[in-house]
Design a binder for this molecule. Structure first.
Ligand SMILES: C[S@@+](CC[C@H](N)C(=O)[O-])C[C@H]1O[C@@H](n2cnc3c(N)ncnc32)[C@H](O)[C@@H]1O
Length: 270
């Protein structure tokens, strides 16, 4: 497997030191931590073999069989349940592209990329110089590599890491997409702060996740969130989280129990 190109703005998540490639993968010049890329992605969680939290939802993301069925069966199923009849991947990507309309070039991260369903499409838009994926789950990343290989996609580089401790340098990204993932992040507020940290001035964050609605409350109740580790946000909670992280220009679109949101890093003062 080819190693990700040194052009990715990586840093050591433990000490924030500079990392450089060596024969086995990558090494931190600050704390000397080593990170391998033998599987085709740089692994910043080399000793972690468990999901980031308890619950069925988090556990499923680590299962190879689930990673295999996610893109073709599971995602279309749950997006149609959460968004209602209007669910369409094409509409989702078009909406992201609209939010990115002022951006050209630079680097876009598909945060919690899963098997790459949206990341590959963001790459295809051609808006950014590079698009790479980051996920906690090695099973998802392996599936993502497989999906890219079968479709002849060569330039969707992958990193294994934690949204709450991104191995990415400050102000190095023009855009971050986090599709259907916020509700699974155990440290959602801290992860949104991390998104803010890695965005350039004027860089755009787009995300899709779940919000509470009357229908959903009746259907699943509160016990569902506890058992599955899947969280349903109050719409205002997400705006507060983005603002608290220092993001501005919050806008959102809600359809049934799905929310699509955007916010951006403040632009540099001229
Ligand atoms: C439901 S999938 C979403 C996949 C894809 N982004 C999409 O739009 O369909 C959620 C992903 O979030 C990842 N994830 C969960 N917790 C994470 C964390 N703390 N850091 C990074 N990724 C995480 C899971 O491994 C999983 O691949």
């Amino acid at each position: 497997m080819p190693a990700p190109p040194p052009s990715l703005p990586l840093m050591c998540p433990r000490c924030r030191g500079q990392i450089v490639s060596d024969t086995l993968g990558w090494v931190c010049l600050g704390c000397t931590a080593k990170y391998e890329d033998a599987e085709g992605f740089v692994d910043f969680l080399p000793e972690v073999h468990e999901p980031p939290q308890a619950g069925v939802g988090a556990a499923m993301m680590e299962r190879p069989w689930f990673a295999r069925i996610y893109e073709k069966y599971w995602r279309p199923f749950y997006t149609s349940v959460s968004q209602g009849e209007s669910a369409s991947l094409r509409a989702e990507v078009d909406w992201f592209d609209d939010q990115f309309s002022e951006l050209r070039g630079g680097t876009c991260m598909d945060l919690s990329c899963g098997p790459g369903v949206v990341g590959r499409r963001l790459l295809k838009l051609g808006r950014f110089d590079r698009v790479f994926g980051l996920d906690y789950s090695a099973a998802m990343l392996r599936q993502c590599l497989d999906n890219s290989a079968r479709r002849g996609v060569r330039d969707f580089d992958l990193v294994r890491g934690d949204a709450a401790r991104l191995p990415i340098r400050d102000a190095s990204l023009r855009a971050v997409h986090a599709g259907n993932a916020l509700h699974l992040w155990p440290e959602a507020a801290r992860s949104v702060q991390e998104v803010r940290r890695v965005l350039e001035p004027g860089g755009v964050f787009v995300a899709t996740t779940f919000v509470n609605g009357e229908g959903m409350r009746r259907l699943v109740g509160r016990g569902f969130a506890r058992a599955t580790s899947i969280r349903f946000f109050e719409p205002g909670e997400l705006e507060t989280m983005c603002r608290a992280a220092g993001l501005v220009g919050y806008a959102a679109r809600i359809s049934a129990n799905a929310i699509w949101l955007r916010a951006e890093a403040p632009r540099a003062k001229s």
